[in-house]
Design a protein around this ligand. Structure first.
Ligand SMILES: *Cc1c(COP(=O)(O)O)cnc(C)c1O
Length: 470
């Protein structure tokens, strides 16, 4: 039933004034927890929302003081709790860009703490007492681990590619195969980054086939670099042809042009035994004579967000001298975590267990199967009639969006809710505490324990129980 203007005015008058709300016990309590201004702002926001509802005819009874106070308290609680929260990632996707990519090793976490707590010799040479370079702390390590002549680290790999192009090819041409003009996700597109670097893109070959002669024909006095991009998140299969990096390097050498490789992930250890066979190992790209190599710190390397640039000293000197390097520089926390992560690689065997990304990638199938088996048994007992729980062999990809198409074996615990749609249960899991992410397939929830820590499993069980409780 519609209400008329007079009734509406009467309703509006019945919304308690903010001063009245402040006299309630509930708000007096809030004032002992939050600054007055904050409580006042929320109180105004809540009453304004009610006023709007009445004016739009959506509300026909006045709100009670107690209900308003409760809403204000809930809003304040929400606004004063952290926005970034830990999430249980039961999707099995190890490098989930939306979930923050790589988890850090204990040593990297410790380094973060130290760098945050104490003054550090970030740009200070303790031997000479003079100004030092922040890059020194990782350059020697990177050279040692990869065999490169020189190294530099910037904010992320997108910044690394931008810096390289802007330094070496501004106002000139960059030659790229049409099969490598990719979009990585998060709006990183090769043609756009080349334009942003002030260079002109010269496309060669076709989507599926590019030959060395295609590059040769494209060379001109305007050519500044040959660029090879690892098509991280997609594959061209079937009738294909690409020029190996070593041949591109050779062509560059013949014409005095740098060959630049954007590797994307940047693997420091060979992971072919674990199914990652499409990933080039950084040291082999260096050994092939590649003039400049760039890759991310937070993909397969398993460190913090960073863009690592390796290569010949002559080119790296130019990059270091570019004023853009200052704008793209990494901060001390990143540097600390990166140094600690790189140090793990001095003992590759230990790195496989200490660096969470590598640990997840190399989890033996037997372990995964056992964990899934235990979880399924536990869930059957806990959930009873509420859902059907099964175990199923499946697959997982190493990383969503920005990563290789490597397919890893998975043992999935499947949960089919009997009285709720799976999407509804998944939404409840997302909004729970802690939030839990699972995969959804038809009307089933799929949990992959590859990316779940042992200590998180009880919370995962609790979350499923709560989400199915209605
Ligand atoms: C991921 C990726 C990038 C972007 O790296 P960020 O570290 O996310 O900036 C660039 N190129 C390739 C080939 C990639 O895979």
């Amino acid at each position: 039933m519609e209400i008329n203007g007079t009734e509406r005015q009467a309703l509006l008058r019945q919304i308690p004034a903010v001063e009245e709300l402040f006299k309630t016990e509930e708000l007096q309590q809030l004032l002992s927890l939050y600054p007055r201004l904050l409580v006042l702002t929320e109180a105004r926001e809540v009453t304004a929302a009610y006023r709007k509802k009445i004016l739009q005819g959506e509300l026909k009874v006045p709100p009670e003081k107690k209900a308003l106070a409760k809403e204000i308290a809930a809003l304040l609680k929400e606004k004063s709790s952290p926005s970034l929260r830990p999430v249980i990632n039961a999707t099995g996707i190890i490098l989930h860009t939306n979930l923050g990519r790589a988890l850090l090793s204990p040593s990297a976490l410790a380094a973060l703490q130290t760098a945050g707590r104490s003054y550090i010799n970030l740009e200070f040479n303790l031997t000479t007492g003079k100004r030092g370079s922040r890059y020194e702390h990782v350059e020697a390590l990177l050279k040692l681990l990869t065999g490169a002549e020189a190294a530099l680290v910037v904010n992320n790999n997108a910044a690394a590619v931008l810096l390289v192009l802007s330094t070496l090819a501004r106002g000139k041409e960059v030659v790229v195969s049409r099969g490598e003009l990719v979009e990585i996700g998060g709006s990183f597109r090769i043609p756009e980054i080349i334009a942003a670097g002030g260079a002109r893109l010269v496309e060669v070959g076709t989507t599926n086939k590019t030959y060395l002669r295609d590059y040769e024909k494209a060379l001109s006095p305007e050519t500044a670099a040959l660029l090879k991009v690892h098509p991280s998140n997609y594959r061209i299969l079937g009738f294909t042809q690409a020029v190996p990096l070593a041949e591109l390097v050779q062509l560059g050498n013949q014409h005095g042009l740098p060959a630049v490789a954007d590797l994307g992930s940047g693997l420091l250890v060979d992971l072919t035994p674990w199914g990652l066979k499409d990933e080039p190992v950084v040291s082999s790209c260096v050994a092939a004579g590649t003039d400049i190599i760039t890759f991310s710190g937070d993909k397969l390397l398993g460190g913090p967000q960073a863009g690592i640039i390796l290569g010949k000293k002559v080119y790296l000197e130019k990059l270091k001298a570019n004023p853009l390097t200052r704008a793209l520089r990494i901060d001390k926390l990143t540097l600390a975590a990166l140094e600690a992560t790189l140090r793990e690689y001095l003992n590759p065997e230990k790195a496989l267990s200490n660096i969470p990304t590598l640990h997840f990638l190399t989890k033996p199938e037997e372990v995964l199967k056992n964990q899934a088996h235990h979880l399924a048994r536990h869930l059957r007992r806990t959930l009873g009639e509420k859902a059907e729980v099964n175990l199923e062999k499946g697959t997982t990809s190493a990383g969503g969006g920005a990563l290789p198409s490597a397919v890893l074996p998975a043992w999935l615990v499947t949960v089919t809710p009997r009285r709720l749609p799976a999407g509804e249960v998944a939404a409840r899991l997302r909004q729970g505490n802690p939030p839990v992410l699972v995969r959804i397939e038809e009307n089933r929830l799929l949990a992959d324990l590859r990316t779940v820590a042992e200590a998180e499993i009880p919370f995962l069980i609790g979350a499923l129980k709560a989400a199915l409780n209605f």
